[in-house]
Write a protein that binds this ligand. Sequence first.
Ligand code: NAP
Ligand code: MG
Length: 499
Amino acid sequence: MLRQWRSSIGHECLPASAPEKRNNDVIHRQHFINGAWAEALGWNETTVHDSATEQAIGKVVHATEPEVDTAVAAARSAYAGWSQLPLEARAAYVRAIADRLESHAETLSSGISAETGMPIKLVRRIQVQAPISAWRSTADAAARALAETQTGHSCIARVPVGVVAAITPWNYPLHQITGKLAAALMAGCTVVLKPSELAPTAAHVLGLAIEEAALPSGVVNIVFGDGSTGESLITHPQVDMVSFTGSTSVGRHIASVAGHALKRVALELGGKSASIALPEADPTLVARHAVGSCFLNSGQTCNAITRLLVPEDQYEQYRDLLKVAAEKMTLGDPRDETTRMGPLVSHEHRERVRSFLSEAAASGLDLISGGPDAPVPGLGYFVAPTIFGRVPVHARIAREEVFGPALAVLTYTSEDEALRIANDTEYGLAAAVWGDESRAMAIAQRMRAGQVDVNGAPFNPLAPFGGFGASGMGREGGIHGIAEFTELRAIQTPPTTKS
Ligand code: NAP
Ligand code: MG
């Protein structure tokens, strides 16, 4: 069985023993339940496409309600044993999973790159090596995250929530799975994962890694499927917590279902993040970073900076610099090591992004670069990196998440106005500010977002990641991400009385 799965995850070189193969299609007909790959019972399926060739490269059979039920039951029965293991024993398993993922790094990279469209060079670093490190750093952080504390005569402990339903999207599949699973496992929870069916490679390889690391049966279960598989999971009475990453609209639905059942819920949702360039900032640096952030993974990044706020009297200078920087984002095959930007994930998603761009172009905004009709490769779900300037605050492209390569440049005339515009959003996932460090710090403290980068500071995987408002609730990463999967329990002993 293991050999069969090993062969089924590689898109390019499928040996004859692969489960099924028709015209380069890989048909995934199994779910990982109670420590073994089980033949899928359902008939509904999704076709997985290579985003650069538009070719079908796989099919995923959706898990049915009885399969979800079996997976949850397996997680429930594994819970007592796993939650009572000493922390170091859980950490050893988590580190072993990281080692096994590392051994499959190239399969992960080529699969994720084909599915999401992100250039292979970036995938290796951001989508594969960074999550593998996060499995290890989560194991390292657990003792601190779960340490007992004493308050008066109460001993306060963090105890695992129980059985967790983890639901993840397609844009950074291994990273998002890791943010939930590594933390939940270290907290002592057991898990049923429902990954996005548009990018199944990461979850398939994770299943293999878990099997190779000999994790106790039922601690992690993986059911492939669409929203209806997810719905069976979130409504299951034996699920104690739902941890979801995805769109704000599905997040709202999950919050209402979880609220009604009084399940714990953590939501990592969308964003419309702003960067403020103060007058003293270096425009060349700001423009380069703005383009790099907004167009990373073709804009399919939840914390991408998608609104750039520049001083009104520097607009023309920024316009020129942004145009030059965007034109360097050459579009190409994500398999090519020199490609800077690849296609979007799917035909449907490209059409959605294009409709945003067409509406913005038709409204007469200053088109700095790209646009809905800019030339793109003939094959693949490509959209040109696009920048609109002098965007009014009420424009759709300044308010709604496009989730594609679209940057909106807005202008301001005072620091207070810049802050007002930056915070005038229902979202609050990320933000950035550029300028004199002490002034930038003061502004960062007034920004309503879960993460604020000053002067291009890099991502810190140990810092809490999550949003305000419509960007969700709860945090992932480091000790805060582990704490998310715990309940607090205080045990009182009689206070010692002085004689
Ligand atoms: P999505 O449509 O919300 O889907 C996310 C996951 O939820 C998928 O696995 C999806 O299955 C599943 N799902 C859909 N309906 C469900 C239901 N009723 N019950 C349970 N599960 C259900 O999002 P997406 O299109 O995959 O991802 C893009 C979105 O995710 C963007 O809006 C982005 O901002 C957000 N995102 C946020 C973060 C963050 O950390 N804040 C990170 C990455 C992405 P299907 O595949 O069948 O839809
Ligand atoms: Mg979806």
